[in-house]
Write a protein that binds this ligand. Structure first.
Ligand code: HEM
Length: 145
């Protein structure tokens, strides 16, 4: 077994010990997007883009989170361009997104470690998306774009 395979095995074993499996990821994604769709601010933003394609979106998001938590290699998309095109999203929307994500985990996570595992990863990805969407180095430098 290569070093990378050993690492993946250990990572999966750790996730399993936290109670994280494909069934939990599925329940987490369903629960979270139910909250998102019912949210008066976030709901319309998602509906505008996703329209009647919620089923494929949920399938994709389950692949995304399984790829992260179980290292399944199922997701090869690029989140940044998908979010850069959302022009009406604000920093406050991200705070709300993370709040609902945490709220859902609080309700259904199989362990405190599982909750922390997903919250940490969601926050890191949110930070990186926010850097791409809201940070303009030229503005800091006082340079005209
Ligand atoms: C306010 C915050 C956010 C909003 C409004 C938002 C909205 C959306 C929307 C509308 C899409 C569908 C894009 C499309 O199909 O063209 C999408 C896709 C996606 N979002 Fe978010 N998102 C937010 C935050 C996040 C965060 C924090 C994560 C990760 C932890 C995330 C992960 C993804 C992924 C993986 C996709 C699929 C991208 C692809 O097509 O491969 N999003 N998001």
């Amino acid at each position: 077994m290569s070093f990378a395979e050993v690492h993946r095995e250990n990572y999966r074993r750790q996730a399993k010990a936290y109670g994280i499996d494909a069934d939990f990821v599925s329940a987490m994604v369903d629960g979270f997007y139910t909250k998102v769709r019912n949210d008066p601010e976030l709901g319309p933003i998602f509906d505008q883009v996703i329209e009647d394609q919620w089923e494929p979106h949920l399938i994709k998001m389950k692949q995304f989170w399984r790829a992260i938590a179980l290292k399944t290699g199922e997701y090869e998309g690029r989140p940044m361009p998908a979010h850069l095109k959302l022009k009406n999203v604000t920093k406050a929307h991200f705070a709300k997104w993370l709040q609902l994500f945490d709220e859902n985990l609080e309700e259904i996570a199989p362990s405190p470690e599982a909750k922390a595992f997903f919250n940490d990863r969601a926050r890191n990805i949110a930070r990186s998306l926010m850097m791409g969407m809201f940070y303009d180095p030229d503005e800091e430098l006082g340079v005209q774009a």
